[in-house]
Design a protein around this ligand. Structure first.
Ligand code: TPP
Ligand code: MG
Length: 594
């Protein structure tokens, strides 16, 4: 299927014959609407490779294989496709080794609450030919740890080993239901080679369609709770809402804007994971809630894991705080202690709709008047912010030391409203968020976890889901290394998925240097200017892209910014990925090896 985007549909026929568990597994995946297998394969997958080829030769529909040279690409690409479509995806990796490589991506997807079924082979356990699929090569003896699932247990909410072909469909149905249940997230299934090779008749296979093992989804809340909240919102003098990922449900974006406008509610994001409110809404107040947390009398935490940094934020002790979250208890966070006098677990879109209805039922003319005044004030603040942001972009910088705000503003102007931006710019995140204002749901994705190297694979997954849109990931030079660039380039090339990579190169890890300075502002590292954070100078990322078949452009002259971006988009339109290597001022860490 090289160069073609795969397509899937219903199976053309159920299997008439005795088949391997591997074949039944593929059948069950198709039954659950799985279109793709994002794969990195090994000796454990021989029965699956055989079953795939056999099915294709018989004209049966099977999920389309997307080969990823590194698991980082497979997991994040599947995650990107799942985030874009709302449908959980399937990744196949190699025993403990592939699982270990997939773990960092799973950390990110777990934090993003993205549904994903990761299937890993298990090394065969029989050694003397007792069973089909038994050990026949060296690695089968060394790839069996005591606790393979332990490698990813913190990041999955369900795990199982397939024990017999007869239960294959039941197992896939269960995995499918669990990963799509709220809060959604990754699940992990292990496939021993002997079990994949074992066969059974169709008769004992109990079909478990999605409709009968459907996901358990979050809903709204009781009318009385919403009434109380609406009363508080109407009485509030300076209400504030902080969110990060309500926008993963596209319907929530318009509802949040509506609620904000009808109540004069100031909305901030912190560590944006999705675009949650259109940037041109007068109620959007940016990415730093701290000053407003001090003054608000009614605060709402909507779908947010970390609403602010307590150490550097003073919250008003008299404020009333409400939490509305699909994961209010924060199941996977050992410590979580942000204030919430009223805690509601539920789906953001349904809760927002309920709150809108409750406010509408209670709103008085006096309330509407005070909202109009507050809105005028918010609109004024919004205009001031917008003007300040525009001023930041005016200075193009100097040759070899471009201004990231200037570059991102030019990039923003080149994008259409439905094009998709993924941010992994780390210390230059403000330039991406502020200078590329997005207003369509699903067009901005940020890093939910802490594992660098997510944006390239996620970009490929979004491009697979939306071939007609441009997809760009903006990435620090350090983060670009973590994206496994050669693997990204290979997948983009093999499956004709042109994406734009913008590398903001400040010669290393500014975030690591800054963390040291925060802890030891006058310490030895600061005095010596030695932060062990400068990466190899003179890397030519554009040449690297060219070597992988993409278009590469080094941006050194600030006056060339718009033309360079235009050349990148021209390459994308011709079906070729593009990489723009932007030279920023070095972040001034010095290498310990100097
Ligand atoms: C997988 C992984 N390894 C290491 C880190 C620690 N880390 C956090 S920020 C950072 C530096 C990122 O460098 P770059 O992308 O160039 O952004 P900059 O800080 O220069 O803006 C590192 C290494 C991490 N978050 N994830
Ligand atoms: Mg850097």
């Amino acid at each position: 299927m090289s160069g073609k985007r795969p397509r899937a549909g219903p199976p053309v026929a159920t299997l008439p014959l005795r088949q391997s568990a591997a074949a039944w597994l593929l059948d069950a995946l198709v039954e659950h609407g799985v279109e793709y297998l994002f794969c990195n394969l090994g000796t454990d997958h021989a029965p699956l490779i055989e079953a795939l080829a056999d099915a294709r030769s018989r004209g049966r529909v099977v999920p389309q294989v997307v080969l990823c040279p590194h698991e980082n690409t497979a997991v994040h690409m599947a995650g990107g496709y799942a985030a874009a479509t709302g449908r959980g995806q399937v990744v196949l990796v190699h025993v403990d080794a592939g699982t270990a490589n997939a773990a960092m991506g799973l950390h990110n997807l777990a934090r993003a609450r993205i549904p994903l079924l990761v299937m890993a082979g298990r090394a065969p356990f029989s050694s003397r030919g007792e069973l089909p699929g038994g050990r026949d090569t060296y690695v089968h003896f060394v790839q069996e740890p005591f606790d393979q699932a332990g490698l990813v247990r913190p990041y999955v909410k369900w795990e199982l080993t397939l024990q017999a072909p007869e239960v294959t469909r039941e197992v896939v149905g269960r995995a499918h239901g669990v990963m799509h249940s709220d809060p959604m997230g990754p699940v992990y299934l292990m496939l021993p080679r002997e079990v994949l090779a074992a066969t059974c008749e169709p008769a004992p296979l109990w079909s478990l369609p999605s409709t009968r093992v459907g996901a358990v989804k979050a809903g709204g809340t009781g009318a009385r709770v919403m009434h109380t909240l609406a009363e508080r919102l109407i009485a509030a003098r300076d209400p504030l809402l902080v969110t990060a990922y309500a926008g993963r449900n596209p319907a929530a974006v318009g509802l949040l804007d509506r609620l904000a406008r009808m109540t004069g509610l100031r909305v901030c994001e912190f560590n944006t994971v999705h675009m949650n409110i259109p940037r041109d809404s007068p109620c959007f107040a940016g990415y730093q809630p701290a000053p407003f947390v001090e003054t608000t009398d009614l605060g709402i935490l909507l779908d947010v894991d970390v609403p602010w940094i307590p150490r550097t934020t003073r919250d008003n002790p008299n404020a009333y705080w409400v939490q509305m979250d699909v994961d209010a208890i924060k199941r996977d966070m050992p410590m979580w202690s942000f204030p919430a006098d009223l805690r509601i677990e539920g789906d953001a879109a349904q809760l927002l709709q309920q709150l809108i209805d409750a406010v509408e039922a209670l709103a008085t003319p006096a309330f509407r008047d005070s909202v109009a005044q507050r809105l005028a004030r918010l609109a004024g603040e919004h205009a001031q912010r917008t003007a300040a942001v525009a001023r930041l972009a005016l200075d193009p910088g100097t040759p070899g030391q471009l201004n990231p705000h200037h570059v991102c503003a030019a990039l923003g102007r080149a994008l259409g409203p439905h094009d998709i931006v993924l941010n992994e710019a780390i210390r230059n995140t403000a330039a991406v968020f502020e200078q590329i204002p997005r207003s369509e749901p699903g067009t901005l994705i940020g890093l939910p976890g802490g594992g660098l190297g997510f944006s390239g694979g996620m970009a490929l997954g979004h491009k697979l889901a939306y071939p007609a849109r441009q997809v760009v990931h903006v990435v620090g030079d350090g983060s670009f290394h973590f994206c496994n660039p050669s693997s990204l380039l290979a997948v983009a090339r093999q499956y004709a998925l042109p994406i734009l990579t913008v590398v903001l190169d400040n010669s290393g890890w500014a975030a690591v240097k800054d963390a040291t300075l925060r802890m030891y502002p006058d310490g030895a590292a600061q005095q010596a200017g030695d932060f062990a954070s400068q990466l190899a100078p003179g890397m030519d990322f554009a040449a690297l892209a060219e070597a992988g078949g993409a278009f590469g452009e080094r941006l050194v002259d600030p006056l060339d910014t718009e033309a360079a971006i235009a050349r990148c988009f021209k390459a994308l339109r011709s079906g070729r990925s593009a990489l723009l290597h932007v030279h920023l001022a070095p972040h001034q860490g010095t290498s310990s090896w100097k």
